[in-house]
Design a binder for this molecule. Structure first.
Ligand code: 5RP
Length: 233
């Protein structure tokens, strides 16, 4: 039998608490990553127990995992609004501003997050930070614009690194674009950085999620901390 690590226990607890909020009839967005995978598995169980929901996925990997868990999926291209999105994060600050995209899915994740009436971010205790920037900010880049975008990131004070797959070739997003991890160090003004990145031609999406998250569930391995954003900026 596999022993569950404290981190995995935290991920699972946070994910299961979020899945407990799902009600019959909802249209639910399913995030990407190892914490979201716990949510998919918990949702599969609730569906086997009689819950009726439809879902959309934020990546091909999530769609495959959800189908394998017996979860009905719609094509997000046919969907304008969702009721609830459950997704993880790479780091998140006390103002519910997050860096996402460790799994390279931040472009679809942001679109689905923006479609949601409510987004719950599910994390283990290693993810909360005082100031964003411990990890790089991933960006999705049109391959044609690689050098141009890397130069623009350097001009903003970042160090861009093209993400590689296990075989040494560039890792590609679900849209067949490059993923470039940009290390900025402590990000004192995330809104300003988000604005500057968005203005770079050829930069198709970044991993700064500043306004999307409504609730944060932190699995601490011995219980969950549930935090709500009361004012959506
Ligand atoms: C994928 C993401 C993930 O939510 C983020 O990387 C966290 O992943 P994990 O739950 O595996 O730690 O943004 O693009």
């Amino acid at each position: 039998m596999m022993i569950e690590t404290a981190t995995d226990r935290g991920k699972r607890e946070a994910a299961e608490a979020a899945v407990a909020e799902i009600e019959s009839g909802m249209l639910v967005g399913l995030g990407t990553g190892s914490t979201a995978a716990f949510a998919i598995s918990a949702l599969g169980k609730r569906i086997r127990d009689g819950l009726r929901v439809t879902t959309v996925g934020t990546s091909r990997a999530t769609e495959a995992a959800a189908r394998a868990a017996g979860i009905a999926m719609l094509d997000f291209a046919d969907v304008a609004q969702t009721d609830l999105v459950i997704d993880g994060a790479d780091e998140i600050d006390p103002a519910f501003r997050a860096i996402k995209g460790g799994g390279g899915a931040m472009l679809r994740e942001k679109i689905v997050a923006r479609s949601a009436a409510r987004m719950i971010c599910v994390v283990d205790a290693t993810k909360p930070v005082a100031t964003l920037g411990t990890r790089p900010v991933p960006i999705e880049v049109l391959p044609f614009a690689r050098s141009f975008v890397c130069d623009a990131v350097r001009a903003l004070g970042g160090e861009p690194v093209v993400r590689l797959a296990a075989n040494g070739a560039p890792a590609l997003s679900d849209q067949s674009n490059l993923l470039i991890d940009c290390r900025f160090g402590p990000i004192m003004d995330p809104a300003d950085l988000a604005r500057e990145l968005t203005a770079v031609a050829g930069m198709l999406g970044h991993g700064l999620f500043l306004d999307e998250i409504d609730a944060l569930f932190i699995g601490r391995g011995q219980g969950i901390e549930r935090l709500e954003r009361h004012i959506k900026s």
